[in-house]
Design a protein around this ligand. Structure first.
Ligand code: PHE
Length: 350
């Protein structure tokens, strides 16, 4: 028995040496394992307890517990030392000189390379906002996660309306959906503002699309709406013409076709001659030479009614500009997928 107690006491010296030379937290962990772990030195000693009397076992157990306490104190003290030492050198070991320009950015700093700029879609959006605010429009916003009522119901899509199929989208488990168009903001504006009103609502929209050169699941539109006592198709077309001439800085070839949207009557599709291929036909214009950029029409009486307005008193015109496509026409961009790709090679060009 005396032997076992002696062995335990002998561990003290060894432990002190081992703890003393542990250079970091991992090494200290290992030392702990070596002495008081399952297969550690103390366990080895305790395995021999079987041959002793109950009284002797008590004495050895006590010595073992005392050793453990001393050992823990040693470890705690060492841990503190290590932490302090780490903090003392932290400023040197982990110092980051924020003023150093990494080699790959050195060219940027010298002005020789691209240094970042606003996204081409944001830039055109801003340009349009300037044009429209100069014509007395206010800029309004709405949520991207919408309810059925604002995306469809109030826009005269009945529950089983086939036009809903053209705007399939992503639904949340709470029955909300990712808005398929910015026309939701027509409703939100009518709820908040009193006519006469003129608004634009730029923003991000989502559809469950087969993605290709001219279709994305996430894209940008800019809604426009006028509600006044007298609004005509002539007013609408003038507005569209002003918009395109300002954006392109010249007259562009357009054509007007009838288009169907439940929330306008009559409804139109305003197409632009494709500027990517100059009307010859390419993937962007689906080889037709024309690109749908400006669906529009006169606000349907049901929409006015659902906003509590008397359609005999008020009339409206609305459009839903496809921002991505407009920007594609502005810069001759041949694939809509570039916008979301986050590729600098693409962005650097604008
Ligand atoms: N919201 C329609 C769409 O995204 C476009 C539209 C807007 C049509 C306003 C007419 C008037 O397809």
């Amino acid at each position: 028995m005396a032997d076992l107690i002696g062995e335990i006491q002998a561990l003290d010296q060894k432990a002190a040496a081992a703890v003393g030379s542990a250079a970091n937290a991992e090494a200290l962990q290992q030392v702990t394992q070596d002495f008081v772990g399952k297969k550690g030195a103390l366990t080895q000693v305790m395995k021999q307890l079987g041959s002793l009397s109950a009284e002797e076992r008590g004495a050895v157990g006590k010595a073992a517990n005392e050793f453990k306490l001393r050992f823990e104190a040693l470890i705690t003290e060492k841990e503190q030392q290590l932490t302090e030492a780490r903090y003392a050198t932290l400023a040197e070991t982990e110092f980051v000189d924020m003023s150093v320009v990494p080699a790959e950015f050195a060219a940027v700093k010298s002005g020789a390379a691209f240094s970042g700029h606003i996204h081409p879609i944001s830039r055109t959006q801003k340009q349009l906002e300037d044009i429209f605010t100069s014509m007395g429009f206010s800029i309004v916003d709405g949520p991207q996660v919408e309810d059925d009522y604002h995306n469809f119901g109030a826009l005269n899509f009945t529950d089983d309306h086939p036009a809903r199929d053209m705007q399939d989208t992503f639904y949340t488990t709470t029955g909300h959906l990712l808005r398929t168009h910015t026309s939701t903001v027509q409703i939100r504006a009518l709820e908040r503002m009193k006519p006469p009103l003129r608004i634009i609502a730029p923003g991000r929209v989502f559809r469950y699309e087969e993605v290709d050169a001219s279709h994305e699941h996430t894209f940008y539109q800019m809604e426009g709406m006028i509600v006044d006592r007298k609004v005509s198709v002539g007013n609408l077309l003038h507005l569209m013409q002003t918009l395109l001439t300002e954006v392109f800085g010249r007259e562009v070839d357009v054509r007007l076709r009838p288009g169907y949207f439940p929330f306008v009557e009559p409804g139109f599709e305003l197409d632009m001659k494709c500027l990517v291929c100059d009307g010859k036909g390419c993937p962007v214009c689906k080889h037709s030479g024309w690109v749908e950029v400006l669906p529009c029409g006169l606000v349907h009486p049901n929409v006015l009614k659902s906003a509590g307005l008397d359609p005999n008193e008020w009339q409206g015109a609305a459009f839903g500009l496809g921002l991505n496509r407009l920007v594609m026409m502005q810069h001759g961009i041949e694939d809509i997928r570039h916008f979301m790709a986050g590729k600098l090679d693409f962005l650097k060009q604008f």
